[in-house]
Design a protein around this ligand. Structure first.
Ligand code: BTN
Length: 261
């Protein structure tokens, strides 16, 4: 049983901060909401809430994220003493990406800002939420299609895929999760000691150099994905030569949308 294995996962990992306490659920509406309840009740940093099914999961830009059979939904509570907000946008995507690479998925990368793609399909999404205040905290939520891609019931800018499909074999969800927490723990401690993941994140962004359209909350901007800034924002050069910086949005690579020269 995956659930029983997940309950024993602490034995498989020797992390310093992340996953000292792991709460495992067969199903939850959203791991973000569950971990927020613990956070509001003074839970320690590094707490992980994980569910094998998620019925009301949230995605970026107001999207839904439903986790079904073969997937994993996890949220991590962070209480950094300083505010490395931008780095946390990079953290979750990089931790998933490194885990996929270790498992042997070669053709994988990040779609700005933190979608994990393998073979041009989305295999994971990351949502970061921040609670301001004296006991403020961050929650990094990761949804990963490990052995199965979800049924798509709403418009997505990219098709979902699964790691198993990419690798051509079933993956042990507990092993994947153990590795993910180890990678997350290492990256988080690096950030806390002042080492920015920016260069690593930028190197793995397959979006750069592509002709893209980015949907923001109020408009769509098309052009060449030129570069990223240390705060995680994306610079787009439009066909008129204007350079527009986008902080949050949904990127699609349109066929025929060749970059301007
Ligand atoms: C996206 O690609 O839009 C981000 C998806 C993030 C989904 C994860 S699953 C675990 C956590 N719980 C949620 O409700 N959402 C995040």
């Amino acid at each position: 049983m995956i659930l029983d294995d997940l309950l024993l996962i602490n034995r498989k990992i020797d992390t310093k901060v992340i996953g000292k306490t792991i709460k495992v659920y067969p199903s939850l509406p959203s791991t973000m909401d569950k971990i927020r309840q613990f956070a509001m009740n003074s839970a320690d940093e590094g707490l992980v809430v994980v569910a094998l099914k998620q019925t009301e999961g949230r995605g970026r830009m107001g999207r839904k994220w439903i986790t079904g059979e073969g997937g994993l939904a996890a949220s991590v509570l962070l209480r950094p003493v300083f505010e490395p907000q931008y780095e946390f946008i990079m953290l979750g995507g990089l931790a998933v990406l490194q885990t996929c690479k270790t498992l042997g998925v070669d053709d994988c990368g990040l779609k700005w800002p933190n979608d994990v793609l393998a073979g041009e399909k989305k295999i994971a999404g990351v949502l970061v939420e921040y609670q301001a205040g004296e006991n403020g905290f961050y929650i990094v939520g990761m949804g990963i299609n490990i052995n199965q891609a979800p049924d798509v019931t709403q418009h997505m800018t990219i098709k979902p895929g699964s790691l198993a499909h990419q690798l051509g074999k079933k993956i042990d969800i507990t092993d994947f999760f153990a590795l993910l927490l180890i990678n997350f723990d290492r990256l988080y401690r690096e950030i806390c000691s002042g080492h920015s993941p920016f260069q690593l994140w930028k190197q793995n962004l397959i979006t750069l150099g592509q002709g893209v359209c980015v949907k923001t909350h109020d408009r769509e901007i098309c052009g060449l994905a030129l570069d990223v800034n240390a705060d995680g924002s994306l610079m787009i050069k439009t066909r008129t030569g204007e350079i527009i910086t986008v902080i949050a949005g949904d990127v699609s690579t349109e066929t025929g949308n060749t970059p301007p020269v």
